[in-house]
Design a protein around this ligand. Sequence first.
Ligand code: SF4
Length: 263
Amino acid sequence: MPAEVKTHYRACNLCEAICGLEIKTQDDQVLSIKGDKNDPLSRGYICPKGTAMEDIYTDPDRLRKPVKRQADGWAEISWEEAFDTVAEKLVAVQEQHGQNAVAFYAGNPNVHNYGSMTHASVLRKAVQSKIHFSATSLDQLPHHLTSYSLYGHQSLIPVPDIDHSNYMLIIGGNPLASNGSIMTSPDIPKRLKAIQQRGGRFIVIDPRRTETAEIADQHLFIRPGTDAWLLMAMLNTLFAEDLINTGHLTDLLVGIDEVAQCL
Ligand code: SF4
């Protein structure tokens, strides 16, 4: 008698959109991976990477056990030997070349992995290297720095409420490719289209004709490196034309007069 077909509800950990998945399995075999229609965030959306997770799972080249290079090729070793070897070599490299000779890299999907979330910082502290690389350094550190300066913590990052916005201005972002990095908004095409369907608009400012710019209501090109001037000009107009209404945020905003004086 064939084994029972089971349905599992999981989240895709390949990127920050964390789409809900509905996975059907029979024994060890994955029968299908689809978007979970009842997931409140992704609402059934899934991108080709999510569907292809089975290929990672079944890839014959996938590392399932630690291996070590030998004179005649790779050989499986135990986890104990693997951990001992890594510890020994890391220490040896640092002893010979200095503490910063060991570097860390973090990006998708290891930043969405429980093991690295709970233990990576412990390892970093133990290794005491100043050299860290991350996808963050390309697309998120400015957000972190601004949030740290404004709100006191680098992770307190405001995100656009795309589902309730009627005007969305995207500067130098390409959410169609990134799936809304930082916004954590799966199915960006549908969400952007919904802005237009409820009578709103979204505008892209970008020197490149991106995928998002292609479907925007308006695409404004900008000379690379002049973003700061554009933003200053926008600020200047807000003050010059008396368009600022701080509303219920008035008590929270400090230093607004100083901003005006800088322009
Ligand atoms: S957008 Fe694709 S890769 Fe990212 S979480 Fe969703 S299915 Fe996974």
